[in-house]
Design a protein around this ligand. Structure first.
Ligand SMILES: [Zn+2]
Length: 411
C-alpha cells in the first residue's frame, strides 16, 4: 500500500503544466494518514512544527520572490511537508512575464542619505538617476525638474515605520519612477522640501520573461466533490524573508492540512501554497483557470485566503457572507479564544482568492491585527524574520480555522 501510494505520488509530481485531479480516494486509506495528523496534535507539537518550518523557509532560504531559485527551494519544502499527510500532492507549474526591481539607491537630499525602496513593479530612472529639487506633493514627495517643475520621481511614505517598496499615487503619470520612504524621516523630508534642496535617486528594473511559477497543491478527497479551498501565498517580494507575510500563514495552512488528513471529511479539501501573489496573482489565476477548464470550479463551496495571520491575535475577517462571520464569531466564543476578531464587509474574493469568484463560493480573506507595533513595521522589509512571528497568533489561527473547517464540513 505504502509503495503503491508513493508511486502514485511520484507520477503526480512528474505531471506539470496542467492540473491533475486524479481522485485517489478509493486507494487512500484513512488509517494510514491519521498518524501524520499527530504531527500537530498538541499546541506543543504545533509550536515545534512552526519553528522548524519557519527556520527552513525564512531563515535558511530567505527572500523567495516568484521565479527565483529560492522560491523553487521553498516550494520543494512545502511539497515535502504536504506529502507527509496528504494523499494527493503536486506542483502546478506555469510561466509568467512580469518585471521587478534590479537595484535601487538611497535618496540623497541636501547631501544626506535617506533609505528609499523602489516600487515592486514600477519604472526605472535613466541610468544616471534623476536629479532635481525636492518638493512635497499631496501625501508624498517628489523630485521635480528645476526649470519646468515636471515630476521626475515620486515618493510615498510608509504608514507603518521604516521604508517599504513605494506605492504610486493615482494622480501621477504612470511612467514616473516611484520609491518608498520611512515615517521616521518625515521631519527631515519636510525641511528639505521647504528649503527646496537638491535631490538625486536611481532605480533599475529588469524584465521577467518566461519565469517559472510553481503553486504547490495538496488535496484530501472527501465523501463529496463539494470543496473547501484554502490558499496562502508562499512567495515574498525581493527584499524580505517574509516571516509574517506570508510564511507563518502557509505553516498554519499546512498544519490544518495535517489535522484534516486524520479525519474523514464530507468536503474535498484543497490546500494551495500559491506563487506570484506579490506580482499580480499569476499563480492563483493559473490554478483557477485550470479549474474552469476542467469544469470543477463549481465544486468549490468555500474559499479561505490567508494573508498575514500573525500581525496580532485578532483575526481580521473580510467577507460578504454573514454565515462565514457568524461561524468565526461562534468559534471564538465556544472555544474561549481570548482575542477580538475584526469583521470587514469587503469581498472575501480579493487578491489570491479573486480568481475563484466564478465558483460562487462563500469566501473570506483573513489578515490580523493586535501586535501592530512589533509586526507592522517589518511588513515587506528585511527584518520580517523568524523572531518577529508571535507564536500565539499561529496557535489562534490554527484553532479557529481547524474548527471552521470542521463546522462548515458538516453543513
Ligand atoms: Zn502577503
Amino acid at each position: 500500500m505504502m509503495i503503491n501510494k508513493n508511486i502514485q505520488r511520484a507520477e503526480f509530481i512528474k505531471m506539470t503544466g496542467t492540473l491533475a485531479f486524479l481522485m485517489l480516494s478509493n486507494k487512500w486509506s484513512f488509517a494510514e494518514s491519521s498518524l501524520s495528523s499527530n504531527l500537530v496534535a498538541t499546541s506543543q507539537q504545533r509550536q515545534e512544527y512552526t519553528l522548524s518550518l519557519l527556520k527552513q523557509l525564512v531563515t535558511d532560504i530567505g527572500p523567495r520572490p516568484s521565479g527565483s531559485k529560492a522560491y523553487a527551494k521553498a516550494a520543494k519544502v512545502v511539497l515535502k511537508e504536504m506529502q507527509r499527510s496528504l494523499p494527493i500532492v503536486n506542483f502546478d507549474k506555469y510561466e509568467f512575464d512580469d518585471w521587478g526591481p534590479l537595484s535601487g539607491s538611497d535618496l540623497i537630499v541636501g547631501g544626506q542619505h535617506i533609505e528609499a525602496i523602489p516600487q515592486k513593479r514600477g519604472f526605472g530612472t535613466p541610468l544616471e538617476g534623476v536629479k532635481g529639487i525636492f518638493t512635497k506633493i499631496g501625501n508624498g514627495y517628489a523630485i521635480s525638474d528645476q526649470q519646468h517643475g515636471q515630476i521626475l520621481a515620486y515618493f510615498s511614505v510608509s504608514q507603518y515605520g521604516r521604508a517599504i517598496a513605494g506605492s504610486g499615487s493615482g494622480n501621477l503619470d504612470k511612467s514616473i519612477p516611484v520609491f518608498g520612504l520611512g515615517k521616521q524621516d518625515i521631519s527631515i523630508l519636510d525641511r528639505s522640501a521647504k528649503n527646496k534642496l537638491s535631490a538625486w535617486i536611481k532605480s533599475e528594473y529588469k524584465p521577467i520573461h518566461k519565469a517559472p511559477g510553481i503553486n504547490v497543491i495538496g488535496r484530501i478527497p472527501g465523501k463529496s466533490k463539494n470543496e473547501i479551498l484554502i490558499i496562502a501565498h508562499l512567495d515574498t517580494i525581493f527584499n524580505t524573508p517574509g516571516a509574517n507575510d506570508n510564511a507563518a500563514s502557509v505553516i498554519v495552512m499546512l498544519m490544518l492540512a495535517h489535522a484534516a488528513s486524520g479525519r474523514e471529511n464530507n468536503h474535498t479539501l484543497t490546500f494551495i501554497a500559491s506563487d506570484s501573489e506579490e506580482y499580480v496573482f499569476e499563480g492563483a489565476y493559473h490554478y483557477a483557470e485550470g479549474r474552469i477548464a476542467d469544469n470543477t470550479m463549481k465544486d468549490i463551496k468555500y474559499v479561505l485566503n490567508f494573508d498575514s495571520l500573525t500581525y496580532g491575535p485578532n483575526l481580521w475577517i473580510n467577507s460578504k457572507d454573514q454565515l462565514v462571520k457568524d461561524v468565526i464569531r461562534d468559534i471564538h466564543k465556544d472555544l474561549n479564544i481570548d482575542s477580538t476578531p475584526i469583521y470587514g464587509d469587503n469581498d472575501g474574493f480579493v487578491m489570491d482568492s479573486l480568481p475563484f469568484k466564478p465558483s460562487g463560493a462563500k469566501a473570506l480573506h483573513a489578515n490580523s491585527r493586535g501586535y501592530d507595533e512589533k509586526t507592522l513595521p517589518v511588513y515587506h522589509r528585511p527584518d520580517d524574520t523568524l523572531d518577529k512571528v508571535p507564536l500565539d497568533c499561529v496557535e489562534i489561527s490554527f484553532q479557529v480555522f481547524d474548527e471552521f473547517i470542521k463546522r462548515v464540513d458538516r453543513v
